[in-house]
Design a protein around this ligand. Structure first.
Ligand code: SAH
Length: 253
């Protein structure tokens, strides 16, 4: 089997054998100046649609780089359909949350402005850049879909009725998350995890959510977790119970 190149890049363009692919300016800088790679060096490419491909550098300039696509390393495969709807946190914890949620296999990141949300400026481009970097590093074949921040009520207005919501609730009635997920095995519907801001959800939001179909309040233990910890802990529990954690990383077995 072909050795996997250490360098992996996400690109927008289609991928097929023999194609020439133009890198972005940042990627050209990363390949040529940071990694000091040059013509002939191997790079793995993925675009979220066509699987993962072995490519090699054709030429690198100061602001550009061209690659030639050689052969397919991995076919595109289905990935868990799990959204994270979260009250955004401050800049550094948000970078961390986006990177780690991507590693944990989230399929969409949806920042929700709640009544007690303090952070209101959320840069989608920055979240996307973090998601791409984490997807490249963790060998995902996709990058999670990243949305602009919207009020929670607007997100719920357009909510797809078949998508089940795991509401992480530190107070009130809630089933321990592992108990709930054990009971949910075999349910085919798509899922979302919902976490609140550092101040928690307010009562009107909880009332709205309680009336909403397909919402289950779950507990993450006896400690109050920071909003980013709660989101990541819930994602890990879901992946272990209903997601793809029965699989091994590609090419390692
Ligand atoms: N202000 C609240 C804590 C909010 S923690 C208080 O002090 O009581 C931020 C978010 O993380 C919460 O809205 C919830 O979604 C999640 N969370 C934190 N700890 C949790 C726990 N033990 N169980 C379930 N969800 C939790």
């Amino acid at each position: 089997m072909t050795d996997r190149p250490r360098t992996r890049l996400f690109i927008e363009s289609d991928l097929a054998s023999g194609m020439a692919v133009e890198c972005s300016r940042d990627q050209a800088h990363y390949l040529g100046n940071v990694l000091r790679l040059g013509p002939g060096d191997p790079v793995a490419l993925f675009n979220g649609r066509d699987g993962e491909w072995l490519a090699h550098i054709r030429e690198t300039g100061k602001k550009s780089a061209t690659l030639t696509v050689d052969s397919c390393l991995r076919d595109q495969a289905p990935e868990p359909d799990l959204w994270l709807v979260f009250a955004p946190v401050k800049k550094a914890p948000l970078d961390f949350l986006v990177q780690k949620a991507t590693e944990l296999g989230v399929s969409a990141l949806m920042p929700a402005i709640t009544r007690r949300t303090v952070v209101e400026r959320v840069k989608r481009e920055r979240m996307e850049a973090n998601a791409i970097e984490a997807a490249e590093q963790c060998e995902r074949l996709t990058v999670p879909h990243v949305e602009d921040a919207r009020p929670l009520s607007r997100i719920l207005d357009g909510w797809p009725t078949d998508r089940h919501i795991l509401l992480c609730a530190e107070a009130g009635e809630a089933v321990p998350i592992n108990e709930f997920l054990r009971g949910a095995e075999g349910r085919g519907e798509p899922w979302a995890i919902l976490t609140g801001p550092e101040g928690g959800f307010d009562q009107t939001e909880l009332d709205l959510l309680n009336k909403f179909p397909n919402v289950s309040a779950v507990g993450l233990g006896p400690r109050i977790l920071r909003a980013d910890t709660a989101a990541l802990a819930a994602l890990a529990c879901w992946q272990a119970a209903l997601g793809d954690w029965q699989n091994r990383p590609p090419g390692r077995n």
